[in-house]
Design a protein around this ligand. Structure first.
Ligand SMILES: Nc1ncnc2c1ncn2[C@@H]1O[C@H](COP(=O)(O)OP(=O)(O)OP(=O)(O)O)[C@@H](O)[C@H]1O
Ligand SMILES: [Mg+2]
Length: 267
């Protein structure tokens, strides 16, 4: 199936991203882990959504399912109306490359490639080398990576590797960006800069972003905050109730039962 066929089926009226009653289990020997237990979520075009939740609550698994990297046992993953769960592997790879930018929690950079080549890889793999150079220079500058572009990942700090992973997800101009703790290795000033960039991509370019984070100071940038617990959506905070980081932290602590990262403790 080629990309032209994919684009012809693009349904502009469908929500860009919707998951319906997703279940996902992992089996290790005779132990079964229910990582997602019937998660449903519908995300509008241009929306910036944060997903919070304790460690092990299923955040990364949900992001991987949304990206079509992990197939769920049950449920549908609709991207522009097309169900990723039903898509053959090769078609899914092409679809993901063009439509979805993914920032992995563990960065997943290729160790033998320079920062620049890591960032360019998805664009080159898609045969779109021509459009990338000017945008790449601008993005490297914006992310403070201009003088690190020729270094391989092992010569970069954790925060620099994280910014390379973010640049790689953004450069190919995907309509959906899925970012797993994209500020987890950054100092707070750099992290706030990344949040601002992601917010701009939504507001000015209509990108749809789902960002996993533990940090209220990061989540406050989103329009919606979805909280997972034990593989289920526990609750959701609308933006108007979540603009103040200390209020959000207190609320989050109340329902999750643990102090969140990145803010002074609230009592
Ligand atoms: N490949 C796997 N094999 C077995 N169990 C897994 C696998 N991936 C995730 N799990 C389990 O599924 C549950 C959800 O994991 P997930 O990585 O989605 O959590 P998370 O919310 O992203 O946590 P964290 O905040 O620590 O990144 C956990 O209990 C985890 O141990
Ligand atoms: Mg995770």
């Amino acid at each position: 199936m080629n990309q032209t066929t994919n684009d012809n089926r693009h349904n502009v009226n469908a929500p860009p991203l919707r998951v319906e009653r997703i279940t996902k289990q992992f089996r290790q020997g005779n132990v079964t882990i229910d990582a997602l237990k019937g998660v449903s979520l519908s995300i509008e075009r241009g929306q910036f959504v944060a997903v919070m939740g304790a460690s092990g609550s299923g955040k990364s698994t949900l992001l991987h399912v949304m990206a079509g990297l992990t197939r769920p046992e049950e449920g549908r993953i609709l991207v522009d109306g097309q169900d990723l769960a039903q898509m053959p592997d090769r078609e899914l790879t092409l679809f993901r490359r063009r439509r979805i930018g993914l920032v992995f929690q563990a960065f997943n950079l290729i160790p033998t490639l320079t920062a620049r080549d890591n960032i360019l890889l998805p664009v080159l793999a898609d045969g779109r080398s021509g459009m990338a150079d000017g945008q790449l220079t601008e993005l490297l500058d914006r992310l403070g990576l201009s003088d690190r572009a020729r270094h391989r990942p092992d010569a970069l700090s954790g925060g620099e590797q994280q910014r390379v992973a973010i640049a790689r997800a953004i450069l190919s101009s995907p309509s959906i960006i899925l970012a797993d703790e994209p500020t987890g290795s950054l100092d707070s000033v750099t992290g706030q800069g990344i949040c601002q960039l992601l917010q701009q991509l939504c507001r000015e370019q209509g990108r749809t972003i789902v960002m996993v984070t533990h940090e209220p100071a990061v989540a406050v940038w989103a329009e919606r905050i979805v909280v997972l617990r034990d593989g289920q959506v526990l609750t959701e905070f609308p933006a108007e109730e979540s603009r103040d980081v200390h209020r959000l932290a207190a609320r989050y602590q109340d329902i999750v039962g643990a102090a969140p990262a990145g803010v002074p403790s609230v009592s």
